[in-house]
Design a protein around this ligand. Sequence first.
Ligand SMILES: [Zn+2]
Length: 291
Amino acid sequence: MAFLSLGSAIIDRVEEMTIRSPMSSMTGDQALLKANYHWLKPRYLHDDDTRDFVFQSWVTTIDSKIIVVDPCNGNGRSHPLALFNQLDTPYLERFAQTGLRPQDVDLVFCTHLHHDHCGWSTRLQNGRFVPTFPNARYLYVRQEYERWKNPPELQRAYDLNVGVFEHSVRPIFEAGLAHMVEEGYELTSSCTVLSAPGHTAGHSILHLHSQGHHAFFTGDVFHHPLQLLYPELHMPGDDDLAVAIQTRRRVISRCLQHQALILPAHFPRPYAGYARIQDGGLIFEPVNERP
Ligand SMILES: [Zn+2]
């Protein structure tokens, strides 16, 4: 059974892995954390002030199209952090559990081109990286593509991404599967690209709307639910922190306006939820889990 349905969309998720990450990478403010323990624990914060950080793709069927959002890290790549180096995860086996096959996928969308959002665009075959979804059109937001294509200065400023363009993006262009898009591009009549810059220069999100229901695939606009209440909280590595915070505020108000489901890249179980106003303040309400 799929993870959830929304209007006529069927939404599933494919998890690559979950790591434990110290909350101190986002805030060292113990008083702030304590004031939020009542809703953070145990779902979003462990007793040792670490949290689960999930790497997952969203796989949506809408308007007879199958769309993969943010295809995680990928196997068999060198990475400066041991955590991501030469991964060997059963991502494709888990993908198969959705009942879909890679060759069925119509569209692949990366919210941005960090290593953990585009890796499974390709897979190793006989020592070469080839497209994982051979019949898909891979959509690249032009500004994001430009940010990484000629990397010298900017890419070195984010050395966690060295080599990613070569193994996870260039093979898609060489295979003729890449398609450049801009803000407002409609993947289908129910799914639109929205610019959400800051985390990276061309970071973008998807707005899904079906039968009066709304959802946003928010990529890395949020790394943790606490950022909905405190949009200034952030992890290191944003291209432009001030713009990223502005974007976070704007996306929050859009989600409130549409009462939209938020489908982020990294939240732990139940992986998605809503921003709501309660007693004059904002809360994060996790989506109902299937029994
Ligand atoms: Zn990420």
